[in-house]
Design a protein around this ligand. Structure first.
Ligand code: BJW
Ligand code: ZN
Length: 237
């Protein structure tokens, strides 16, 4: 399926839902998880982004997040983030679902964003459950603590943890209503987010994927565009 055809589908759709992953922020200088450059020291993110790792060594896990906060604080939205802001303005029904915690969609000007995996700019207390914004980079002391003296953690979703309340239901609702479902820069390996792709397809959406490489869903989507999101998305929108 050609980019021209995908562009026509997108133009004629009134209801559009979008799922983004780390690849959309790669051109802003934020490293992805999997693939080249996806390593931090000798650890795989899969070994640090877990409640077990945090229980074992909160300082190490916080060093990982503090380092990523520093990178993300410097990052600016790119042409792909901006193209999605234009798309939102054009469409009467538009939902942006992201797995990213970097806040670049909001910084670009996107309205409501369903942040499936939380927000690196918020903290949560492991003791009292308090949840507050914190943009300090670097953090003055690791690991940070809450006013109640409890240990603070990043307000993100780790492996084995449930997604924020009701968020998957909202994402599935948008995927089911969408005439076009755009999937951008995700390796589509992490669930339940990746499950939105076959879900949207089965509900009747035309699914367009943009990625540098093929993913487990490239063969089942209606159009798999291979290339950088920052170039392809402005051409599509
Ligand atoms: C470009 C590009 C450019 C580069 N242009 N493209 C079903 C089956 C199997 C397993 C499970 C299942 N259901 C649940 C599970 C378990 C688990 C899971 O999915 N495991 C799999 C890995 C096997 N899922 C969970 O544990 C989830 N929770 C859950 O299911 O809870 C159930 C529960 C219910 C009730 C009570 C208790 C539990 C939670 C998953 C949380 C994921 N968290 C992370 C960390 C967030 C915080 C942080 O950032 O540190 O989220 S892991 C990490 O992966 C992060 C990402 O959001 C997520 C997805 O990664 P993404 O975005 O796809 O990035 P990459 O790097 O993988 O891919 C980048 C892509 O971009 C590549 O394809 C490149 O080619 C491309 N690219 N440059 C276009 N310029
Ligand atoms: Zn507290």
């Amino acid at each position: 399926m050609s980019l021209e055809e995908a562009r026509e589908w997108l133009q004629s759709a009134a209801a559009v839902a979008v799922l983004t992953g780390a690849g959309i922020s790669a051109e802003s200088g934020v490293p992805t998880f999997r693939g080249a450059g996806g390593l931090w020291r000798q650890f795989r993110p899969e070994d640090l982004a877990t409640p077990e790792a945090f229980a074992r060594d909160p300082k190490l896990v916080w060093e990982f997040y503090d380092c990523r906060r520093e990178l993300m604080a410097k990052a600016k939205p790119n042409a792909a983030h901006r193209a999605l802001v234009r798309l939102e303005i054009q469409k009467p029904h538009f939902t942006l679902i992201t797995q990213n915690i970097d806040g670049l969609h909001e910084l670009a000007g996107s309205g409501r964003v369903l942040k499936l995996h939380g927000d690196i700019w918020r903290m949560r207390c492991t003791s009292c459950g308090g949840n507050w914004p914190d943009r300090r980079v670097p953090l003055p002391k690791l690991p940070p603590h809450c006013a109640c003296k409890g240990l603070a953690r990043p307000a993100v979703v780790w492996f084995g943890e449930p997604l924020p309340d009701g968020m998957m239901r909202e994402a599935e609702h948008a995927a089911a209503e969408a005439q076009v479902f755009l999937v951008i820069g995700t390796s589509a390996q992490v669930y339940p987010a990746a499950g939105l792709i076959p879900f949207a397809k089965q509900a009747g959406a035309r699914v367009i994927e943009i990625n540098l490489e093929r993913t487990p869903f490239s063969d089942m989507v209606d159009c798999a565009l291979e290339g950088p999101a920052g170039e392809l998305l402005p051409q599509l929108i």
